[in-house]
Design a protein around this ligand. Structure first.
Ligand code: ATP
Ligand code: MG
Length: 229
């Protein structure tokens, strides 16, 4: 997917992404300070927020191939099961009960199939939102801070799920997180956002271990994590 001169004015904030490319079949990370425009950009890519000007070349992807799991998981007022099969239903796909159980088990939610989704703990809701995104075999998944509430074991599990998926059948991921250790582990490419623009794109190694861009260096210095030494 290729983005050119994408502009969106939002109050006093201007999103202005001059050039960005998210190669298919790769895991992309977007990092950057609070308010730099990561969520705004992901909503535009997802097609839920209109933009003012510029272009996005989806390279053949349609809205049926794209899914997003948000900062606040959006779950429907019904059971875990009904939430999970929803993406299959809206696409008129057959419900494969084995597949449903497979994903519930992956997320450790097998005992909660009939539970009211909104009574799940917040971490469980994020897990449900994540497996619901994957169940219909999307080609582009945008993960906006979805995994931020997870305990370390669950976060590891989801890292593994992403990496497993990439080994089996690579899809395109755009993951947004302030957890740089997580970004570093799973991403092929990292994009750094500042004041509404993507100003740097590099491999995790280049971005985190040998950064050259002064803004990136400043951002990394402000985080608690050190990748040196
Ligand atoms: N509807 C709106 N009206 C006015 N300003 C908005 C609106 N929505 C978002 N903004 C502003 O746009 C800027 C970018 O917001 P965005 O949510 O994209 O940031 P972010 O990079 O995702 O930050 P975070 O790391 O905190 O999630 C922010 O300054 C925000 O206040
Ligand atoms: Mg955000």
């Amino acid at each position: 997917m290729k983005i050119t001169d994408l502009k969106k004015q939002q109050g006093s904030f201007l999103l202005n992404v001059k050039n960005a490319q998210f190669e298919a079949g790769k895991v992309h990370g977007i990092i950057g300070a609070n308010g730099s425009g990561k969520t705004t950009l992901s909503k535009i890519i997802m097609g839920t927020l209109p933009y003012d000007s510029g272009s996005i070349d989806y390279e053949g992807l349609t809205d049926r191939d794209i899914t997003m799991t948000g900062q606040r998981p959006y779950l429907m007022h019904t059971s875990v099961y009904n939430n999970l099969i929803y993406p299959l239903k809206v696409r008129n796909r057959r419900i494969d009960e084995n597949l449903v159980d497979y994903w519930l088990e992956k997320a450790g939610l097998q005992d909660k199939k009939k539970q009211y989704a909104l009574s799940l703990s917040s971490g469980e809701q994020q897990k449900l939102s994540f497996i619901r995104a994957l169940i219909f075999k999307p080609k582009l998944v945008i993960v906006d801070e979805t995994l931020s509430n997870l305990d370390p074991d669950s976060a590891d599990l989801f890292e593994r799920l992403i990496l497993e998926q990439q080994q089996k059948d690579p899809i395109t991921w755009i993951t947004i997180s302030h957890q740089l250790v997580h970004i570093r582990k799973i991403c092929d490419m990292v994009h750094f956002m500042e004041k509404g623009n993507i100003i740097e794109k590099a491999t995790p190694q280049e971005m985190f271990v040998n950064p050259t861009n002064p803004s990136v260096i400043k951002y990394l210095a402000s985080t608690e994590v050190s990748f040196k030494g």
